[in-house]
Design a binder for this molecule. Sequence first.
Ligand code: PNW
Length: 497
Amino acid sequence: MLLALVVVSIALWSSGCAVDLSFPPGFLFGSATSAYQVEGAWNVSDKGESIWDRFTHSQSGNEDGSTGDVATDSYHQWERDMEVAANLSLDYYRFSLSWTRILPNGFANYISEDGKRYYNQLIDGLLAKGIQPVVTIYHWDLPQRLQDLGGWTNPYITDWFADYADVVFSLFGDRVKTWITINEPMLFCDGAYTNTFHLAPGVVDREGVYLCGKNAMVAHGKAYRVYQKKYKAQYNGKLSLSNQLVWYEASTEEDEVWLDIAQQYSYGRFSHPIYSKEGGWPPVIEDHMRNKSSSEGFHQSRLPEFTDEEKELVKGTFDFYAINHYTSRAVRKRRPGEPHGGFPLTGAPDLDLLFERRPDWTEGNEWLYIYPEGLRRMLGWLRDQYGDIPILITENGFSTAEDSLEDHDRVQYYRRYLEQVLLAIKEDGVNVIGYTAWSLIDNFEWMDGYKTKFGLCHVNFSDPLRTRTLRRSGRFYADVIKRRTLDLDSDYRNYEF
Ligand code: PNW
């Protein structure tokens, strides 16, 4: 215990202040999953095919052939998930809706009875346990039918999405009070269309990046306006869109000049249209893309413009800022001859920058370098850019390649990142209202399949019942939630690393 206390005090001392380790009253704790990553049951009842079904069943899917056909079988085992959520004493559970389970052909003219039944029981089951549902409407599993019409690159997607959102608001809005319209456009637009991340639909097209990004912003805006017009007065829920933000620092002092464009490209492109006073793209990105496109012989910018009407439609469509954060990168200018990019940052060919691990950051797992201060700085940056908006952390978590229940590294990650959340709140005055651990249970980790684990709870994928067993990190998180503090005194004994 003494060792643990010394570790905590050193950590606080090195962050320059002694901070009270308790969370403010009303601070909310949750955990998350998404439909394709957990549900399985990809073709039960009248469910339609999604781009992830098509992608993982094709040769171009995951190398090891892994699919979400069964995943954690949450379609059948949802009550087990609920027990885990209740064991953790979660305030809320963030999950996503499968578009094709609700609207099998993607369009809103036909609603599946089975889809309604499945999500109604999930929502009612959570509420019966005193856990609030936080619902993501779109977490990457587009109906294949809509992909065949161009998917996120077709501007009509903005209406198809708004229609889908209208259906789910009408079905579940009486009980769901927090909605995330869309999860991480940066990933399913930039990540997928540049193949930086090997994601469905498996279409690689550098113009696709920007068409998708613009349509995602407008789709979110339209869905928000539908809620505002038809449901807000009656249900009074809150809406936002989740952005995946990797914190950037300059590699060297000379590289500081690149920070603004890197930040506006990655954070601003999906935030400025919604949260800025002016709306539309960040001006620095608009200029950059116009010049770049013209130097490449294009007659128009490859970044499609917003009309004035679209700017107004999207501007201000938020009730809080939703951030997913895992890791940080050091940014520097690419030297001639060096390859573009640097996993996992995308759009790099248009920026000519490289994104790397700073030597003093712990490696962690794959792309997930550990730099807890990055989260505090990221939160401060958001406040400085967009004002004093309530911020909900909708994902943060750590992956491992091994299966162990004794996940000391994950405990350490959570403790250190949560400490930075407290510093952001108490020292910097950022209005962080809640924190979501990704993930409640091990699940289908997209291009990594089942090789990478994010769960507070282990899932046995060789067991047909997909047995769930809480990890040490799950016990740690449960204690933080029950006691509402990181100052776990003697309990630290259980979590030493
Ligand atoms: C998110 N990065 O994706 C997704 O929302 C989840 O579905 C996913 O399981 C989880 O994070 C873990 O990967 C991300 O490179 C992918 O920083 C990549 C990054 C961040 C988030």
